[in-house]
Write a protein that binds this ligand. Structure first.
Ligand SMILES: Cc1ncc(C[n+]2csc(CCOP(=O)(O)OP(=O)(O)O)c2C)c(N)n1
Ligand code: SF4
Length: 338
C-alpha cells in the first residue's frame, strides 16, 4: 500500500521550549518566517540541523524542531563543516549574530565561505552584542555609544556582504527581519544554492540598539531607501518607481537617478546580474547615507562544493587501497612507545 507523505506545517518545526528573547526582538520574526518556509522547501526535521555559536541569535536551535547544536562562540561554521563532511545528506543551517560571526568567528566564517561548504549561513545583524548587554560589535557604526564605547566607537565597521564577497562566497543575500514576504524568498534561494550561502538579515535589537535600521526599514521611508535587486531586472526603487541605479558616467560606482530628469530614461537604469561579483561588490559598497540599501540576492554563482571534493577524494583513495588500515598506518615509520 502506498503511504501518503505527511504534509508538514510550520508547527511541526516549532518546539515546546520557552522562547527567551526580549518581547519585540526581531529574532521572533525571523524564527516564524523560517518555520513557515521549512515545509515549503520540503525540509524534514530528521534531515535538518541547526548549528549556532553563542549570543541571543544563537538560541535559535532550541526553537527549531530539528537536530541542533548550540556550540562555542564563533565556532558554528567549523562545527557545521564537520557535520556536513560526516553526513553530507543533512541540510545544515548556521545561525549567529554579527558579533558571533564577524568578531570571534570571523576566521571560521571566512574559511567556510571560501571552501564553499554546503551550508545556509544566517547572520542576524543587529550591530550590537545583545546577549552580553549591548557592547558595540564589529558592525556598529562609527560613533556608536555603548557600555564599552561610552564616548562613541571610533572604528570603521565591517560589512557582512563585502566580507563574504572578499572571502570568495558564491552566494550573498540580504533581507530584513520584519519583511515576511521577502525573507522566505531569501531562505528559499539560500537553501536552493549548493555551496555556502550567506544571508545577512538586518535584525532589530529592541533593547540595546532599537531602530538602528529605521533609516531604511521604516515603512515611511523604505520605498526610497531600499532597492530590491532581482536578477535580470532593472534596479528601480522609490515610491513612484521612477528612481533607479545607473553606473555613474566616467566612474566605477552606482549613482541614484530619477527617470525623466536630466535626460535620464528607463534604458539608463542598470540591470542586475547576480552572477557578476563586481556588480555585487558595487551594490554592497553603496553608502547608505546617499544611496539606497540593496536587498535581495546580490551574488549567486555556484561552484563545486567542499564536501563533494573531499568526499570524492576519500572514495578514490579507499577504492585504490580497500584494505588500508589506520592502525597500521599510525604504527608505520618512526614510532615509539612511552
Ligand atoms: C570565547 C567567548 N568570548 C566571549 C563570550 C561572551 N559573549 C557571549 S555572546 C557575545 C556576543 C553576542 O553578540 P552577537 O553575536 O552579535 O549576538 P546577539 O546576542 O546580538 O544576537 C559575547 C561577546 C563568550 N561567550 N565566549
Ligand atoms: S537583547 Fe536584543 S537581540 Fe537579545 S533578545 Fe533582547 S532584543 Fe533580542
Amino acid at each position: 500500500m502506498n503511504v501518503v507523505p505527511e504534509q508538514l506545517t510550520a508547527k511541526d518545526f516549532a518546539t515546546d521550549q520557552e522562547v527567551r528573547w526580549c518581547p519585540g526582538c526581531g529574532d521572533y520574526a525571523i524564527l516564524k518566517a523560517l518555520q513557515r518556509t521549512m515545509p515549503e522547501i520540503g525540509a524534514t526535521p530528521e534531515k535538518t540541523v541547526f548549528v549556532s555559536g553563542i549570543g541571543c541569535a544563537a538560541r535559535f536551535p532550541y526553537y527549531m524542531e530539528t537536530y541542533g547544536f548550540h556550540t562555542i562562540h564563533g565556532r558554528a561554521p567549523a562545527f557545521a563543516t564537520g557535520i556536513k563532511l560526516s553526513n553530507p545528506d543533512l541540510d545544515i543551517w548556521v545561525v549567529g549574530g554579527d558579533g558571533d560571526m564577524l568578531s570571534i568567528g570571523g576566521n571560521h566564517l571566512l574559511h567556510a565561505l571560501r571552501r564553499n561548504v554546503d551550508l545556509q549561513i544566517l547572520i542576524f545583524n543587529n550591530e550590537i552584542y545583545g546577549l552580553t548587554k549591548g557592547q558595540y560589535s564589529p558592525t556598529s557604526r562609527i560613533g556608536t555609544r555603548s557600555p564599552s564605547t561610552p564616548q562613541g566607537s571610533v572604528e570603521a565597521p565591517v560589512s557582512a556582504a563585502l566580507f563574504a564577497l572578499g572571502s570568495g562566497a558564491r552566494f550573498v543575500a540580504r533581507s530584513v527581519d520584519t519583511d515576511q514576504k521577502h525573507l522566505p524568498v531569501m531562505f528559499k534561494r539560500a537553501h536552493a544554492h549548493r555551496g555556502a550561502s550567506l544571508l545577512e538579515i538586518f535584525q532589530n535589537c529592541i533593547v540595546y540598539n532599537d531602530g538602528v535600521f529605521d533609516g531604511f526599514k521604516d515603512p515611511s521611508v523604505a520605498a526610497d531607501r531600499q532597492v530590491r535587486v532581482e536578477h535580470g531586472q532593472p534596479m528601480i526603487f522609490g515610491k513612484e518607481k521612477n528612481r533607479g541605479l545607473r553606473l555613474r558616467p566616467g566612474a566605477f560606482e552606482f549613482e541614484a537617478v530619477t527617470i525623466g530628469e536630466n535626460g535620464v530614461t528607463a534604458e539608463d537604469i542598470a540591470i542586475h546580474d547576480e552572477t557578476n561579483r563586481v556588480m555585487a561588490t558595487l551594490l554592497a559598497s553603496m553608502d547608505p547615507d546617499t544611496l539606497p540599501v540593496a536587498l535581495g540576492v546580490l551574488y549567486c554563482n555556484p561552484a563545486p562544493t567542499y564536501e563533494t571534493g573531499v568526499l570524492s577524494q576519500a572514495a578514490d583513495v579507499r577504492a585504490k587501497s580497500p584494505n588500508a588500515n589506520l592502525n597500521k598506518l599510525l604504527r608505520s615509520g618512526y614510532t615509539w612507545t612511552v
